[in-house]
Write a protein that binds this ligand. Structure first.
Ligand SMILES: [Cu+2]
Length: 484
């Protein structure tokens, strides 16, 4: 009797967790390499391990790190380089690395239970792929990512263009932490005085400390520039909450959006918003002797001093209020992937919702009222033009990220965009809708999910599945694969 129940339960668990069953003639995603070993590959070893990390003076956290630092060691290569990265796991829990924003072969995408098994403690995994397109990318664990990215398992991946438009560049990675004994400014202060913006209050209530490159408060490293230097800032949001940055009168241009070049953008000093998972590159000409970039919504929560070397006024930072927000849908020019009028082969509606549920924490984050893995998959055939209609009827932001492809934003709130906007993450705010379109030109199983990783962990994930390929990996199972 008991044995019978165990067997029944096992069958139920297996059928609930495994991917679509293999069909006759299907190809395993593990055969979709497209990137064989190269003799001249640039080699890196990334070691995941626990580390005490001093986030600010006297404040030490138990971080999970790639190569001992938060963020993890920066990986910087030239466009066209082949990479060979060995991930070694010295943690007590399984991990992976996902190469966020990179268009690469499916088995290299680093999603536990979808494109690989999670890398067990004491084991390693080798990622090999070509950095085909210059841009700002980042890497992070895609095993229990809501927990592991939060603990520090992320870093920058910079692919340099051989023809640089700038004199020097700096990478700024934003994150937030729940620390004991911090000041009540920042997130909590913002909530108290009502200055917090729409769509952002849910999962971040206890996150009271904002960081840049793993440092908070006075520990944040100032940006030192040369007079008249053209400086590129590569801004990456590795956190759960969007950042709104004030440049305090310093004019800048946006030059890349999710790693894709933006041309002919006007100089502006508007507020700049960066959603979770998003990457925005800006350039400015150093003229102002001393100024600050700061968080505009949560006052006094984050500031980065910028000063020209040799300047004697480095302690007097220019402040200049600005209240309008730069709109990416109405800024600059990008190379279109498709004609605006392209006819899709397939169309999917995705209604993004939030409801009280029976899951841990009480909140469910849904796609068409379902939570992962019960969400409907997006089934495509190679060559299809796929249109996805994203609608957010909830009160929270949902930064939706597609793996393995770029997409073009066709319209926002029913208004067709005049200039193409090419991204791999679009932050859908409360009440907004976007039509996005991508070409199914990279076979495999690819996640499309909310990059507020708490939302992903509580359901807001689906998978784009190419017909004729299958994944041999399963959720849960003996590798405890948990992509979200
Ligand atoms: Cu979300």
């Amino acid at each position: 009797m008991k044995k019978w129940i165990v067997l029944l339960l096992t069958v139920m668990v297996v059928s609930a967790c495994s991917n679509e069953p293999k069909e006759e003639g299907d190809t395993s995603i593990t055969e979709l390499t497209g990137s064989n070993e190269r003799k001249n590959a640039k080699e890196f070893t990334i070691s995941a391990a626990e580390k005490e990390w001093e986030i600010s003076s006297g404040q030490v956290i138990e971080a999970w790190t790639y190569n001992g630092t938060v963020p993890g060691e920066e990986i910087r290569v030239q466009e066209g380089d082949h990479l060979k990265v060995k991930l070694e796991n010295h943690l007590s829990e399984p991990v992976t690395i996902h190469w966020h924003g990179m268009v690469l072969p499916n088995p290299m995408d680093g999603v536990a239970g979808v494109t690989q098994n999670s890398v067990q403690p004491g084991e390693s995994f080798v990622y090999q792929f070509q950095a085909k397109e210059a841009g700002t990318y980042w890497y992070h664990s895609h095993q229990q990512s809501s927990k592991q990215v939060d603990k520090g398992l992320y870093g920058a991946l910079i692919v340099e263009d051989p023809e640089k438009t700038y004199d020097s560049d700096r990478v700024l990675i934003f994150d937030e932490w729940a620390l004991n004994g911090s000041s009540s400014n920042g997130m909590m202060g913002g909530m108290m005085d009502g200055s917090m913006n729409d769509g952002d209050m849910d999962t971040h209530m206890s996150y009271n400390t904002l960081s840049i490159n793993g440092k908070a408060g006075n520990a944040i490293t100032p940006i030192e520039v040369e007079q008249n230097e053209l400086v590129r800032l590569r801004l990456i949001n590795a956190g759960y909450a969007k950042r709104t940055l004030a440049f305090n009168g310093q004019e800048y241009r946006v030059v890349a959006n999710d790693g894709n070049e933006v041309k002919n953008g006007e100089k502006t000093d508007q507020l700049l918003e960066i959603a979770p998972g998003e990457r925005i590159d800006v350039e400015f000409e150093a003229g102002n002797p001393s100024w600050i970039i700061e968080e505009a919504v949560e006052e006094n929560s984050l500031s980065i001093p910028v000063f020209a070397s040799g300047s004697s006024t480095r302690d007097q930072h220019a402040r200049q209020a600005q209240s309008t927000l730069l709109s990416y849908t109405e800024y600059g020019e990008m190379n279109a992937l498709f004609e605006r009028e392209v006819t899709p082969d397939l169309e999917y509606d995705m209604d993004l919702g939030v409801s009280m549920g029976m899951m841990q924490g009480g909140m469910k984050f849904t796609i068409n009222d379902e939570t992962f893995p019960e969400t409907e998959n997006i089934k495509v055939s190679e060559g299809d033009m796929v249109k996805v209609n994203l609608t957010n009827d909830s009160m929270l932001d949902h930064p939706m990220h597609l793996h393995g492809h770029h997409f073009q934003v066709i319209s926002k709130n029913g208004q067709v965009l005049e200039n193409p906007l090419v991204k791999d993450l679009i932050n859908v705010k409360p009440g907004e809708s976007y039509e996005i379109i991508f070409k199914a030109d990279n076979p495999g199983h690819w996640l499309l999910h909310c990059h507020d990783l708490v939302h992903a962990n509580n359901g807001m994930v689906t998978v784009v599945k190419y017909n004729d390929v299958y994944s041999p990996f399963e959720l849960e199972g003996k590798f405890d694969n948990q992509p979200e």
